[in-house]
Write a protein that binds this ligand. Structure first.
Ligand code: DGL
Length: 274
């Protein structure tokens, strides 16, 4: 991959295109902005069709292709799949379909989990689509067949986060119940395999135990993009004239409120999408 692929003809820094099924992918945007404050970002959250995590692989793959095409049409030069459900079932398809460099939340999280686990028992939590894809087991098994992946679909956690119920008693009970089988199997590393789970980190850490290392994919994917841009020379060293843009396919008030929960600030959002 050469630098020309990610720079436009004026040498403007590469625009990062990030998509998610909704607003949860803003956890990834937050990390990208922390590491690369001047890098232009275009975000697309498919709030009109969310959630993806309850849908089948064909539907999610079709949506992911449409979302990627939309970002590229808006000028993105790099694609980031922030949605774990989409990354689980559609990353290979997106890689084959488009030429742009592709990053997703799964690969760098697996690398981190492999680096941290000592007892070779890795826990994974995610939506039904993510867990059902078995993609973590396949990828981890291909690297080290002795590693056990103990997984758990946690469908109730996305709505709890979207309601802002981060520390409620009910949330703590539900998290505890979901994590019990992973705790009983003594996982020493836990992958937070969903955009929403970083917001529940304190409760998750408390319930799984403080000795377990939590892997936050939003950090890992941002780090991977940063390393790539440093290597290829596409990193914005200072402010650019290209503004960040945030698109949601449904701009309902509720979505605007949730955006603030995720990003911690008010942003200008545009209605748009494929
Ligand atoms: N963004 C999704 C994920 O990370 C969670 C929300 C949904 O199910 O669409 O899997």
């Amino acid at each position: 991959m050469n630098n020309n692929q990610i720079h436009d003809h004026e040498g403007t820094p590469a625009v990062i295109g990030v998509f998610d099924s909704g607003v949860g992918g803003l956890t990834v945007v937050k990390e990208l902005r922390r590491l690369m404050p001047h890098q232009p970002i275009i975000y697309f959250g498919d709030t009109a069709r969310t959630p993806y995590g309850t849908k089948g692989p064909e539907t999610i793959t079709r949506y992911a292709e449409e979302d990627s095409r939309f970002l590229l049409q808006q000028g993105a030069k790099i694609l980031v799949i922030a949605c774990h459900s989409a990354a689980s079932v559609a990353a290979e398809h997106i890689k084959k379909t488009f030429d742009a460099p592709l990053f997703e939340v799964i690969t760098p999280s697996i690398e981190q989990a492999l680096a941290f686990t000592k007892n070779k028992k890795i826990g994974l939590i995610g939506t039904r689509a993510t867990i059902g894809s078995r993609v973590y087991e396949a990828k981890i098994g291909a690297i080290d067949s002795e590693i056990q992946v103990i997984d758990q679909a946690c469908p109730l956690l996305v709505p709890l986060v979207e309601e802002g119920w981060f520390k409620r008693r009910e949330t703590r009970m539900i998290v505890k119940k979901y994590l019990r089988p992973l705790k009983e199997r003594h996982v020493d590393t836990l992958i937070l395999g969903c955009t929403h789970y970083p917001l529940l980190k304190p409760v998750i850490q408390e319930k799984i135990g403080k000795r377990v290392t939590l892997i936050d994919p939003s950090h890992e994917v941002a780090r991977a993009v940063h390393t790539y841009l440093l290597k290829t020379g596409g990193l914005a060293g200072g402010p650019t004239s290209v503004a960040n843009r945030y698109f949601l396919s449904d701009l309902h008030q509720t979505n605007q409120r949730i955006v603030q929960t995720f990003l911690g600030e008010r942003i200008q959002i545009e209605q748009g999408g494929p």
